[in-house]
Ligand binder design. Structure first.
Ligand code: ARG
Length: 459
């Protein structure tokens, strides 16, 4: 108990199981850089406020720099009996510099310390994930520019609906990812307040300068309420929420890759670099990276739900329950980073079978809407009537086992006598996509312009 920071009123050490359930160094050692940065900012402030002597501050600062070097070099010995990263660092500092280290904890508590460390960690993670999101957007916009005119089947209900272009499809994901990036930025903005100096829960009697430590650590301002400062984990929850929505998008795209790669579809293929084989079926080429991206979404959702559940019953202010906030955030960060990298890799790797895409785009009466639109435009039919006539033509084609473009003019006229041969011009998939010039539509010229806009914005 001598070594424990709080051992003064304790006669005996903790039971083994007490220590086992309490220890967090196994995962919170990942906060070491943030912990040392926070302590250096705190010490400098204590010096500036004349709470510590310049000599003590200099010793603390040099000692903490040395400890950072030790940890960086892998020579630091993390100890389970010292509970967490905060105590591990402080005890090591005491070993190195003695007495001065024991003054560092003036005007703070591990409660505001861990809240500060964790905010710093999540802030950096947000920046890293944000950069990866932008890289994926760049990969997708690049392929979209290349495939602005590649016609593919567009689906609703996974039933052939209308032809679209592959570029347009990819740019739909770029829009989703742009919203994800926006959510991460919002999270960062709200996160960027510094809890350091809230102390255990009530603030402190020392004349500390919380604005100075906040500024030194790159925060916009200190948090305003000491109770909220140590008991708030909204920033972690918002981060996990943003990651969950992002993961949901990646999972949808992964699902599409899996469908497109499947032999009945064969719309795209992935190279050896992004597929795996089967140990029994020699012909197999499996899109495992897409499947694992889809699967990792489950654990990210789980981490959001897990932390929400941890937090939901906690009375003010800090409770040890909150020590369980870190693993879900660390694991979700690792998962999303892998998923983003794998997805960007697949986007850059994939080969689109544009002939097959165009072929499938033309099946399933995909230009039936174009036929109906022609009846409205040329014959001035109300759309509802045109829909009905087109339905009859589709039925005819279905009965004959052909596509609508393969019907004769006479057959068409059996449904509507005023139809002319001109109608065949709108029944090709190329004509169909080219006609979709409304704002946000799939016309290749639109898609090229949108892709160019994104590429400019992203580079
Ligand atoms: N290791 C703790 C955490 O991760 C911080 C320490 C707070 N401990 C305390 N007894 N108040 O939340």
């Amino acid at each position: 108990t001598k070594k424990l920071q709080w051992g003064g009123r304790f006669g005996a050490g903790p039971a083994a199981v007490m220590q086992a359930i309490n220890v967090s160094i196994g995962f919170d050692s990942r906060l070491w850089a943030e912990d040392i940065a926070g302590s250096r900012a705190h010490a400098a402030m204590l010096g500036a406020q004349k709470i510590l002597t310049p000599e003590d501050v200099a010793a603390i600062d040099a000692g903490l720099a040395d400890i950072a070097a030790e940890i960086g070099a892998g020579t630091f010995k993390f100890s389970d009996t010292l509970e967490d990263i905060h105590t591990n660092v402080e005890v090591r500092l005491t070993e190195r510099i003695g007495e001065a280290a024991r003054r560092l904890h003036t005007g703070r508590s591990r409660n505001d310390q861990v809240a500060t460390d964790f905010r710093l960690w999540v802030r950096r993670a947000i920046d890293d994930v944000g950069a990866q999101v932008k890289d994926l957007m760049l990969a997708m916009a690049t392929r979209a520019a290349e495939h602005a005119g590649s016609v593919m089947p567009g689906f609703t209900h996974l039933q052939t609906a209308q032809p679209v272009t592959f570029g347009h499809h990819l740019l739909a994901y770029v829009e989703m990812l742009a919203r994800d990036a926006g959510r991460l930025e919002d999270t960062r903005r709200r996160l960027n307040e510094c809890p350091l100096g809230a102390a255990a829960l009530a603030g402190t009697s020392f004349p500390i300068d919380r604005f100075a430590t906040a500024a030194a650590l790159g925060f916009a301002r200190p948090t305003a309420n000491s109770l909220d400062s140590v008991s708030d984990r909204d920033f972690a929850l918002e981060y996990l929420s943003a990651l969950s929505i992002l993961a949901m998008h990646l999972s949808r795209f992964a699902e599409e890759i899996i469908i497109w790669c499947s032999s009945p579809y064969r719309l795209i293929s992935l190279s050896d670099a992004f597929t795996t084989g089967s140990s029994i079926m020699p012909q197999k080429r499996n899109p495992d990276a897409a499947e694992l991206t889809r699967a990792k979404t489950g654990r990210i959702f789980g981490h959001l739900l897990g932390l929400l559940t941890v937090m939901k019953g906690l009375p003010m202010a800090y409770a040890k329950d909150m020590q369980e906030d870190k693993e879900p955030v660390f694991d979700a960060s690792e998962a999303i980073s892998l998923c983003l990298a794998a997805t960007a890799g697949m986007v850059r790797d994939l080969t689109a079978d544009t002939a097959r895409m165009a072929d499938l785009a033309g099946s399933g009466f995909s230009t039936a809407t174009d036929l109906a639109d022609w009846l409205v435009r040329v014959l001035k039919m109300p759309f509802r009537d045109a829909h009905h006539v087109t339905g009859q033509i589709v039925r005819l084609a279905e009965a004959r086992g052909v596509d609508i473009a393969q019907l004769t003019l006479e057959e068409m006229r059996s449904a509507e006598p005023r139809i002319t041969a001109e109608i065949f011009d709108v029944l090709t998939v190329e004509a169909s996509v080219a006609s979709r010039v409304s704002y946000g539509g799939t016309a290749p010229a639109n898609v090229s312009a949108q892709a160019a806009k994104w590429l400019e914005q992203l580079s």
